[in-house]
Design a protein around this ligand. Structure first.
Ligand code: FPP
Length: 245
């Protein structure tokens, strides 16, 4: 399978070098650059978000094909409510469409869709769609796609600590971890942020403790499977010491 998938050399990366036994298990993606992508084309920002949502579908399908276990994609942060109403409404409309596509089996047919973040602030119909999509895809066996919506890393940690206290648990790294949204997922090995920004922006703060970070100038709507290959190859060249020597 890898021979077929990884058959060409792209952007000076020989993809045959990718080691299928050392893939990042869980990749976090900050889907940045949608607004600039649209601006460059003289189009409204929401056109960029729409294109970004299409990119996410392609990347999810490809990640599934090559055996990535989980992706967490930052679709809407707790701070994104500060954006103009038209943009927020546009992203919410896209989210409805995106979830409906998965319900109709139009997204990656093998992906398991889950949503992390405080969904209680979302419109009721979106909350219902989330539940239906999670249920509809729950028996799939492919990549888990976590959509981070109304998500913030700091509030996730506060929630986890409060839940542990409510359960009468001692506060330890393990007990906090057991109450994070990502508790059932493999550790985050790699965080990808396109568009030239080098910030973590309240994304997977706890989970990124030992994640490798990969930045690039490419804007998210232009991000291709070749870019994912580049990020994976770069990840495989890192010397991960987890604080040891
Ligand atoms: C950051 O780019 C992107 C966002 C805040 C929204 C990301 C949303 C999507 C990709 C679409 C919705 C997702 C789904 C799954 C339906 P930016 O707007 O900050 O770009 P800029 O920095 O160039 O302005």
């Amino acid at each position: 399978m890898f021979g077929k998938l990884f058959h060409k050399s792209v952007k000076n990366v020989d993809v045959t070098e990718i080691d299928k036994d050392n893939l990042p298990l869980h990749i976090g993606i900050i889907m940045d650059g949608n607004g600039r992508w649209a601006k460059k084309r003289g189009m409204p920002r929401n056109v960029g978000h729409r294109s970004g949502a299409e990119t996410l579908k392609k990347i999810t399908t490809y990640a599934d094909e090559i055996g990535i276990k989980a992706i967490t994609a930052y679709a809407f942060s707790t701070e994104n409510w500060k954006r103009p109403k038209a943009e927020v409404d546009g992203i919410m409309a896209l989210l409805r469409e995106y979830l409906k596509d998965y319900k109709k089996n139009l997204g990656d047919k093998n992906a398991v869709i889950r949503v992390i973040g405080d969904r209680s602030a979302l419109d009721q119909d979106i909350q219902d769609l989330i539940l239906e999509t999670e249920d509809f895809t729950s028996k799939n066996t492919g990549v888990i796609l976590n959509l981070a919506i109304n998500y913030g890393g700091q509030s996730e940690i506060v929630m986890a600590v409060n839940d542990a206290i409510k359960n009468g648990e001692e506060i330890t790294e393990g007990s906090i971890e057991n109450h994070l949204y990502t508790k059932e997922l493999p550790p985050v090995d790699l965080i990808i942020r396109p568009s030239g920004e080098k910030r973590i922006s309240n994304f997977l703060l706890w989970q990124s403790a030992y994640a490798e970070l990969w930045y690039d100038e490419v804007l998210w709507p232009d991000f291709t499977t070749d870019d994912l290959n580049r990020a994976i190859l770069d990840f495989q060249k890192r010397n991960r010491r987890y604080g040891g020597v």
